[in-house]
Design a protein around this ligand. Structure first.
Ligand code: ADP
Ligand code: ZN
Ligand code: ZN
Length: 824
């Protein structure tokens, strides 16, 4: 028979797939979707993924051989690779880029991944080779690359992989300082107790310490010490819980060298899985009707949009749909914009579907992510052990589903479905639609404020459309009023940042023991500080932005690159020590409100206070239990929170939403304000919303007050048609970056000249974006608009070609040029 060849992709930004020869002895092991070890470039070994096998001899004569096959079973399915190819083509990136985004770190074994030991391996029964590698790895963070260089022939990918499987090492793309592997205390017998005889003697020695004797006996039973299959250890919790033995007794046993207590890494996943299945809520009649309509729509259309107002109970409808899909033996994917903000949904799904649900997001360790990945894979062969439902953020579209029947994209308008950096710059909502098409699964997009692109598709019949216009408890949508802060400032009626209207409503709420939520889209204390004498404003040394003052830390911080410095005592420019804070961030608002509401308990929800998942959960819990009276927050408070007793919502400054220079500004402002408003009066009485602005006559505000989605949509469609923006035209953004400003200027103009050869393209720019330099890199943007009738693939090929020509011009080789298809 002729030789077998494998096409593989490497986790590198390379455009091609590469062909390797499969040596005879590996032919029976190799398969599409398995990882292999190959040599690439000088002498370096990489872990690569097999995407195709063929007996056709490649044209290239100099084909290298595959070194080893890493997996017994494929880790990726051919359906996955189909989506990857689609994404690479559509978003003008490489298959390697998609591979990197798709697989969890622990499966990629990338050369730049950090490896460190988390276990000494005494319990894991390691082979000699494994022990040796583990010792070499140690607790320092070395990269796979460094290990390879250091150990040369002693380095082995299969051994690295098995150490990972045995939980002895962690492999992370980035070391996340906030992330800590979860450990638990375990108890094992002291190594000096080598046999049963010694053990029996020791037990007898404890005659006079009855409690200790009893506990040791209890421990021995737990680990089956008197039987054949002895367990090595048992968790302290399992050992002591419900027994009446105290940790002090255990400590005595440890002192007497009878047992050893030690820390062991455990998974976080299992503990969350409770088995208490709660029955599904009955739908109200409006929801029932919407559900029937969705099902009917699914008969005719692949994709359906549910446009349901806030608190109409969309989640309940999703749960019913998932339940049905599960009963038919298929899998469901439930996408949410930010998993951290959905503790409420997580709880609800776990309650209803128990162990069938996996939660997939970036705050998990690489081990945990691989664990979830494996369980989704397992569904194909052992459905009872595998995950049938995945709730996840955008990267969950890459999960290895084998029987996908339904994809739900909740809050489909949210821009966190879009990945900005690095490539692939994909939109998970749009890729969910492709995923549905490729797997013949139904796709449901849901929102109270659908993106205008989606709504356009729905009213044009491309997607089905279902409306749900009643809140679950029939409360009306909140009453919204506009407060003119300019006038109130002039008349000296402001209570700090609160207009008299908002202030009064909040006082009223406080008296009735109800809660208020205030929205301000800036965190920190003040967005900038300024010298009162000369007007000097401290700026970031790496970026073209002013530094934000954080009072709690007494530091000035850059929100783009993280640079921070001490708050200066005096002006760098004139020496004056009158440095004033300017503008209001959430931190300052909290400060200002304290004296206004002395009896209220205030809380803040922004990136600074909700860094960790537990901190965020605490904030949400305090609102649920009504410990918090007033919550001040950034965008985070707009996202799907469901509290019963919030009666007042304030948007402190709508001006910067309305005036943002972007063709989607009005759409965004409308969505944002409607979403925050939707947090008010969800269950009992009608809520109140105050929008503070200095432009009360702004035409958009009237439409917001009347919550008139279709009017805003129509007005915007007129504009977008006129100015040739999506959904009428396609949009591609190109960003040229370099540390030297002249180079950026020159390369951007050169690129524009190349692009200009196609007179069907409308080119805007090159222009500096709002922030023209980030982390020392200058950037300029070119926006390309073109008619939908233009051949998409050819146009993209042309653009890619122009980019590559620009890069090959003299002195441009260090330019970074990013292509962003469908930018947000
Ligand atoms: P949406 O996502 O549309 O804003 P939610 O799904 O969060 O709305 O529902 C709002 C609130 O109403 C939630 O607390 C939810 O539990 C409750 N709810 C909605 N529908 C039902 C139902 N059929 N039975 C019981 N509670 C419901
Ligand atoms: Zn000054
Ligand atoms: Zn910066």
């Amino acid at each position: 028979m002729s030789d077998l060849y494998a096409e593989v992709i490497l986790p590198l930004p390379l455009h091609d797939a590469f062909t390797y020869k499969v040596p005879g002895h590996l032919e029976s092991d190799i398969a599409e979707g398995k990882r292999v070890v190959v040599q690439f470039g000088q002498k370096k070994l990489y872990s690569a993924l097999v995407t195709a096998l063929s007996r056709k001899k490649p044209e290239n004569i100099d084909v290298k051989k595959i070194h080893e096959v890493l997996d017994e079973q494929p880790v990726v399915l051919s359906e996955n690779i189909k989506l990857w190819r689609w994404i690479a083509k559509y978003y003008c990136c490489t298959l390697g880029d998609v591979f990197k985004a798709a697989l969890p770190g622990g499966l990629k074994l990338e050369s730049k991944s950090k490896v460190f030991a988390v276990d000494d391996g005494t319990e894991a029964e390691l082979t000699e080779k494994e022990q040796m590698l583990l010792q070499q790895i140690g607790s320092e963070n070395s990269t796979v690359d460094e290990l390879q260089r250091k150990l040369r022939n002693d380095f082995s990918y299969p051994v690295l992989k098995s150490l990972f499987k045995k939980n002895c090492i962690q492999i992370e793309e980035k070391i996340n300082a906030r992330y800590k592997a979860k450990t638990e205390t375990f108890v094992k017998l002291h190594p000096e107790i080598e046999n049963k005889k010694i053990l029996n003697n020791k037990l007898n020695d404890l005659q006079r310490a009855k409690k200790q004797q009893a506990l040791l006996l209890h421990f021995c039973k737990k680990i089956n010490a008197f039987e054949k299959d002895v367990l090595l250890s048992v968790s302290k919790k399992e050992l002591l819980d419900g027994t009446g033995f105290t940790p002090a007794v255990l400590k005595e046993l440890a002192k007497k060298k009878l047992v050893i207590q030690f820390q062991k890494q455990v998974s976080r996943i299992e503990e969350e899985t409770e088995n208490s299945q709660v029955s599904i809520n009955l739908l109200n009649k409006h929801q029932e009707k919407a559900l029937t309509e969705i099902q009917a729509s699914f008969e005719k259309k692949q994709v359906t949009l549910i446009h349901g107002i806030t608190a109409s109970g969309k989640t309940e409808i999703y749960i019913h749909l998932i339940d049905e899909i599960l009963k038919s033996g298929k899998q469901a994917l439930y996408l949410v914009p930010e998993i951290a903000l959905t503790t409420q949904i997580v709880r609800r799904l776990k309650n209803v579907f128990g162990k069938k649900v996996g939660i997939y997001h970036s705050k998990l360790s690489s081990q945990e992510r691989v664990e979830i990945w494996d369980k989704v894979l397992q569904f194909q062969t052992k459905p009872e052990n595998g995950y049938q439902v995945i709730l996840g953020a955008r990267s969950a579209i890459f999960m290895p589903f084998s029987k996908l029947g339904l994809v739900i994209v909740d809050e489909e308008h949210e821009n966190s479905f879009k990945q900005f950096d690095p490539a692939p710059r994909y939109n998970a909502r749009d890729m969910a639609v492709i995923l549905g098409l490729q797997n013949n699964a139904k796709v449901l997009l849901g929102s109270a404020t659908p993106s205008f692109e989606t709504y356009y598709n729905a009213i044009n019949g491309k997607y089905g459309l279902v409306n749900l216009k009643k809140r679950h408890t029939n409360v009306e949508l909140p009453e919204t009023l506009v407060a003119d802060v300019k006038r109130a400032y002039k008349r000296k009626q402001m209570h700090s940042v609160l207009s008299p209207e908002l202030y009064e409503l909040m006082q009223g709420a406080a008296e009735k023991n109800e809660q208020s939520i205030l929205f301000q889209n800036r965190r920190g204390y003040s967005p900038f500080v300024e010298c009162f004498t000369c007007g000097w404003i401290p700026k970031c040394k790496n970026c073209d932005v002013s530094l934000t003052y954080h009072k709690y830390k007494k530091r000035l911080t850059c929100h783009y690159c993280g640079y921070s410095q001490q708050m200066p005592d005096s002006c760098d420019n004139c020496g004056s020590n009158e440095i004033k804070t300017r503008g209001f961030g959430t931190e300052k608002i909290e400060d200002e409100l304290k004296p206004l509401f002395p009896n209220a308990s205030l809380a803040r929800m922004d990136l600074d206070t909700a860094r960790s998942k537990t901190a965020l959960e605490k904030i949400i819990q305090n609102l649920e239990s009504r410990k918090t009276d007033i919550l001040i927050g950034t965008q985070m408070v707009t996202k799907g929170l469901d509290f019963e007793h919030v009666s007042v919502v304030g948007i402190l400054n709508a001006d910067n939403l309305l005036n943002f220079p972007d063709f989607r500004a009005h759409e965004r402002a409308f969505q944002l304000i409607l979403q925050v408003s939707g947090r008010a009066g969800r269950k009992n009485n009608r809520g109140k919303v105050v929008i503070q602005t200095s432009q009360p006559e702004h035409p958009l505000l009237n439409l917001i007050i009347s919550q008139d989605y279709t009017s805003v949509f129509k007005a915007q469609m007129e504009e977008r048609k006129l100015f040739r923006y999506p959904p009428f035209f396609r949009l591609i953004k190109i960003v040229v970056k370099h540390k030297n400003q002249q180079t950026v200027d020159r390369a951007a103009i050169q690129l524009k000249q190349f692009l200009g050869r196609n007179n069907k393209l409308i080119l805007l720019g090159p222009e500096y974006p709002l922030v023209s330099r980030i982390q020392l890199w200058y950037q300029k943007e070119i926006w390309i608009k073109f008619d939908k009738s233009l051949h998409l693939d050819n146009t993209k090929d042309f653009i890619i070609d122009c980019v590559s020509r620009t890069k090959h011009l003299p002195d441009n080789s260090n330019c970074i040029i990013n292509i962003d298809v469908d930018p947000m």
